[in-house]
Structure formats: C-alpha cells, structure tokens
Design a protein around this ligand. Structure first.
Ligand code: ATP
Length: 251
C-alpha cells in the first residue's frame, strides 16, 4: 500500500469540501480521481500534500502517518505534485527548471546518504545526469537551453512532470495534466505517464478527459459533492448507474 486515506473530511467554514472520504492506492498503480467541478478533488490533493490540514481523518504514506507533516517534508518523504495551472519558473531554461527539482532531492535523507560520499562536484554531476535522463524521458532533450515560457503548452506540461520527478518521488500527483492539450499532446502525455509507471512510480491523477482516464487508469475513485460516489476499475466506473447519472452522463 502506498497511500491510505481514512475518513477524510474537510470543511471551509460552512462549506463541506470533503466528507468522510476513504480510499487506498497500491504500489505501481495509476489511480484516477474524478468527479464534477467542485467535487473536492483538488482539496484532496492539498490535503495529501499537507497544504491543508483535514478537519478530521488520517493519511498514511508507505505505512507511516503523515497528517500534520510540513509540505516540504512531504516532498522529502516521496510525494510530489503538479498543479492545475502551470507553475514553471518561466524565465529559467528547461534544464534549470529540472535542476531546481533535483536540488530539492538532495534534502531527501535517502539521497543525502548517497551524496555524502561524493564530492560537491559529483553531487552536481549526479543532479545534472538525472535532469538529462528526465528530459529525455519527457521528450525535451533538444530543448534544454530554451527558456521555459517559450515552450509549447504540452511541452510545458511535460517539463512540470520532469521537474516533479527530479525530486525522486514514489508517488506523483498530477492535477488535470491533459487539460488544454490537443490530441497529439494528450497521446504523448499518455505514453509519458505509462513510462513513469514502468519506473515503479505510483501515479494519482485528477482529470476530466474521460477517454484518457478510462484508458490510462488501473482504478478510479469518483467524488461528488465531496463524497465518494464509487470506486472500481474503469469498466466498473463506466457501467455504474450513480456515476453515469451524476457525472459521465453529462459529459
Ligand atoms: P474542479 O474540477 O473544478 O477543479 P474540484 O473537484 O477540484 O473542482 P475543489 O477545488 O476541491 O473541487 O473544491 C471543492 C469545494 O471546496 C468547492 O465548493 C470549493 O469552492 C471549496 N473550496 C476549495 N478550496 C477552498 C478554500 N481554500 N476556501 C474555501 N472554499 C474552498
């Protein structure tokens, strides 16, 4: 078990964003979190990364309770995310963006123990090698010196994923990665997420593009008005009457 959410409730004043939501994600899965606008999906990401504390409920990551852990410590533990709106260092080059993610990785206890035995220069080499590898993974090897804001939209999205991967996560959270992408960009993203999974990284993604979600995910949880409506394989979700009525039918 990589991630376990137990009875998560989040209230903002009088608004109940999440009510008693539980689900578990297995190692190596691509897990989808779907539901209509305002269903509580991004709030769940903010709770997993401890940007918000839940009103009640508990989160365990790799068997350890992480509720209350500071957001930067969450990265150290192996959870990294992208955001609904692109948040790159737009004036920095593609390579520099990924190097920033790599320098976050040094803070990780596991990596620090590796790096302690290397010289300062070796450390930098290690981060650069990782960044080069990740840029190849996301198909941006020939754009290393391009300023990030000059990339096409789909490339910027892939760069965000490379930067997140540079912190060496065990769990990658993607918030609407396919939003705004054209067909080719969406296909490239699909291949990329599959490659990420092949590297042994578990993926949790929020997405509104249903054909994409149904083809990509191993399992899915559906939220509606902050409550869990259903959970299952893509086929089970597509055939679930409550889900069709509340969400899929309106797509
Ligand atoms: P979308 O698909 O549109 O991104 P979502 O499923 O991600 O929606 P959330 O953004 O999690 O939904 O919002 C769930 C509910 O919580 C909404 O009613 C929203 O207005 C409310 N909410 C989220 N963040 C806050 C906040 N910081 N303060 C007050 N209310 C909030």
């Amino acid at each position: 078990m990589v991630l376990e959410l137990n009875n998560i409730t989040k209230n903002f004043g009088g608004i109940s964003a999440l009510t008693d939501v539980s689900f578990k994600i297995n190692e190596g899965e691509i897990f989808g979190l779907i539901g209509p606008n305002g269903a509580g999906k991004t709030t769940m990401f903010n709770i997993i990364t401890n940007m918000f504390l839940p009103t009640s409920g508990e989160i365990s990551f790799l068997g350890e309770k992480i509720s209350g852990t500071k957001p930067h410590k969450i990265t150290d533990k192996g959870i990294c995310r992208t955001f609904q709106n692109i948040r790159l260092f737009s004036q920095m080059t593609v390579l520099e963006n990924v190097l920033v993610g790599g320098h976050c990785r040094i803070k990780s206890g596991v990596i620090r123990s590796v790096i302690r035995t290397k010289s300062q220069r070796k450390e930098e080499e290690f981060i650069r090698e990782t960044a080069t590898d990740l840029l190849e993974l996301v198909g941006l090897s020939s754009y290393t010196e391009v300023v990030a804001e000059n990339l096409a939209y789909g490339q910027q999205r892939r760069l965000e994923i490379a930067r997140a991967l540079a912190s060496n996560p065990k769990l990658l959270l993607l918030d609407e990665p396919a939003a705004g992408m054209n067909e080719t960009e969406t296909e490239d993203l699909f291949d990329l997420i599959k490659k990420v999974q092949k590297r042994g990284i578990t993926v949790l993604l929020i997405e509104h593009d249903m054909p994409f979600v149904m083809k990509l995910c191993d399992r899915i949880t559906v939220l509606n008005f902050g409550k869990k409506l259903a959970e299952g394989t893509p086929q089970e979700i597509q055939n679930n009457k409550d889900v069709i009525e509340a969400y899929l039918g309106s797509e």
